[in-house]
Design a protein. Structure first.
Length: 628
């Protein structure tokens, strides 16, 4: 787990930017505090910050060269099957000087070319330069666990693990209008788009080849979705899932540094802990509790799992003040607007966990593969011709006027009923977009000035690409889209940025290719039904987990933004978001709409306006950092 950056210069103008390589590498310090190295010739420069996990010796530092000096690699991530690949390569005559997966990856490319990525089981973003052919090859893992930003123009191609590193090379800073619209709609910007025009994220499962003044991307993997899944026997699916996930956990326990696991008290992380505990005695596990928000505190369930598997368990009990104190640090670290407020507790959990271990397993990915979100239940129910749907739709006027909030059970129920009533009469694609987004298009159009408004044709094309797999009522189409949109853009981005801000590697067993492919080779009815979500996960691992985990209500967690905006963060809002002079001078937002948002925030019925306010605050903090 590391940070990488680099430049490929096409001409003398491009070569002038090699002087920025050292600074671009330095900026990635938190991703790799253990070693810092750069290498360059007259064409290419490569930088690396190392977080040592496998083979912690200096011999495994990067940039790393092969024995001939022709090839040089920078690599962020882990290759879990590197020992098997190493044996294959050794049988073909390759001699290794380290025990690292980096050296295995380097020789895998030398021997097998760009097809090497198809053999990798892991999470990664890497670049390999061939000095003789004057060619650079880069790739990102199948599901986007590790980030890869790049910028290409007539003079150079730049790449980096984080946007802030890329910007050190002097990339032009022009807001991308469609990305701006997507950000305020989703609270994040999905690949391949970024907040800056001319900067892209390499899509998951894609490679980038740079040669002869050109930068070309190519897909090497896509989720093998089947309209008619081959597995039709539920018990057979359970057996395959248990074997695949146990193997995945086993593979992700390889480490030369201390390793533990997140344990939230939910089904997903509890399954990972149960399987890992079979192989590691006294596994270290970590939870966070919310002392001031007992409605959301799930630590009692985490402790049940910890007790069952005799883990070395640590609970970090947080107050609202702890979360509040995290705000500025999180805002300052993110280098692209990202407004999922649950990044705050993830940041604290990562920092506290890093005090004990360097690697942690997590349960991320299960919700997107096996149907774990409330929106999946809403999708299923919305297609039924039922009396309850008729009642909810008929009472839509009532839900609209009643107070809505996420902070009490009653108000949260009204919020959900209001949203569900609006959902019922939409087409399949519109229904998915409604469930995935927080703010309607019209409101965003009113918020942005004409200078920053998106092109309707381009925006429609982007949404069409995102929604291309939503063609019927099949929940698997929803899950496939979630795995390409929500998983990469929100969940994995959140965990990567917050863990890397604290120099912690997080591994995700649910995103092993065998597990993912199995998930999309079984019917959606195996995952969700009227009886509940994540059906096959619950049934497969029922004997592994305490019974109370199956009967408890699932609350998730909501950062108390609304309370903060009315008290502790009110001054910051007035200074950064609700300052008329600043808004008019900035030219990004329409003051009248910002004023309407302020009025809604401080009304008796704020609804979900806190999401939009948080998005504005995150954006303004980011904007001041990059444009002031």
């Amino acid at each position: 787990m590391c940070g990488i950056t680099g430049i490929f210069a096409f001409n003398p103008i491009g070569r002038m930017h090699l002087i920025h390589l050292e600074e671009a590498t330095r900026i990635l310090a938190k991703r790799g505090p253990d070693a810092h190295q750069t290498w360059f010739d007259e064409v290419v420069g490569l930088g690396h910050r190392r977080l040592s996990i496998i083979d912690t010796s200096e011999a495994a530092n990067q940039p790393m060269k092969d024995s001939t000096g022709r090839y040089t690699i920078v690599f962020n991530g882990e290759v879990y099957n590197f020992r098997e690949l190493k044996k294959e390569l050794s049988d073909q005559g390759v001699s290794f000087t380290t025990t690292s997966d980096t050296e295995v990856l380097l020789y895998a490319y030398i021997i097998w070319g760009k097809q090497c990525v198809e053999r990798l089981n892991g999470f990664f973003a890497f670049a390999i330069y061939d000095a003789e052919a004057k060619r650079l090859f880069a790739a990102r893992d199948r599901y986007g666990i590790k980030p890869f930003y790049y910028h290409a123009d007539e003079n150079r191609v730049l790449f980096a693990s984080e946007l802030k590193s890329l910007m050190a090379f002097g990339v032009p800073k022009e807001l991308d209008k469609e990305s701006l619209h997507l950000y305020f709609q989703l609270t994040y910007i999905p690949a391949p788009h970024t907040i800056f025009k001319g900067v892209q994220k390499l899509r998951p499962g894609h490679s980038l080849s740079i040669e002869n003044g050109e930068a070309l991307t190519e897909a090497y993997y896509s989720v093998p979705y089947r309209e008619k899944p081959a597995i039709q026997d539920f018990d057979a699916a359970k057996n395959q899932l248990e074997r695949a996930l146990r193997q995945s956990v086993h593979d992700r326990l390889v480490s030369d540094v201390p390793l533990g696991a997140f344990l939230s008290g939910g089904i997903d992380s509890s399954i990972i802990v149960a399987l890992a505990s079979e192989q590691i005695k006294d596994l270290k596990t970590y939870s966070i509790g919310f002392r001031d928000n007992k409605y959301f505190d799930e630590t009692a369930y985490a402790e049940l799992v910890a007790k069952k598997y005799h883990t070395d368990h640590h609970t970090f009990s947080l107050t609202n003040d702890d979360l509040l104190q995290e705000v500025q640090g999180v805002l300052d670290y993110i280098d692209e607007p990202f407004a999922d407020s649950s990044a705050l507790p993830v940041s604290i959990l990562s920092r506290k966990t890093r005090e004990h271990v360097t690697v942690a397993l997590s349960g991320d990915g299960a919700d997107e593969l096996f149907s774990g979100y409330n929106k999946h239940s809403a999708w299923l129910l919305s297609h039924q011709k039922s009396k309850s749907n008729w009642v909810v739709s008929a009472a839509s006027g009532l839900w609209k006027v009643l107070p809505k909030s996420r902070y009490t059970a009653f108000a949260d129920t009204i919020r959900k009923l209001d949203k569900y009533a609006r959902l019922l009469n939409l087409s399949h694609a519109d229904k998915y977009w409604f469930l995935a987004s927080f703010v309607e298009d019209q409101k965003i159009s009113r918020l942005l000035t004409s200078d920053q408004s998106s092109d309707p044709v381009r925006l429609a094309a982007i949404k069409g690409e995102i929604l291309k797999n939503i063609r019927s009522e099949d929940i698997n189409e929803v899950l496939l889209t979630d795995s390409q949109l929500v998983l990469e853009g929100d969940m994995l981005t959140k965990v990567d940025r917050m863990s890397m801000a604290n120099s912690l590697e997080v591994r995700v067993p649910f995103l092993d290719p065998a597990v993912v492919e199995l998930a999309f080779n079984m019917p959606g009815s195996f995952k969700i039904s009227e009886s509940g979500k994540k059906k096959i996960l619950r049934e497969t691992f029922k004997d592994y987990l305490p019974a109370k985990l199956y009967t408890r209500p699932k609350h998730g967690f909501e950062v108390p933004l609304l309370d903060w905006f009315k008290r502790e963060l009110k001054g910051k809002l007035n200074e950064m978001v609700f300052d008329e002079e600043k808004i008019r001078e900035q030219g990004v937002f329409e003051w009248n709409e910002v004023k309407r948002i302020r009025q809604k925030l401080y009304s008796f019925d704020p609804g979900d306006i806190h999401v939009q306010v948080w998005s504005l605050l995150v954006f303004q903090n980011w904007y001041d950092k990059y444009f002031s």
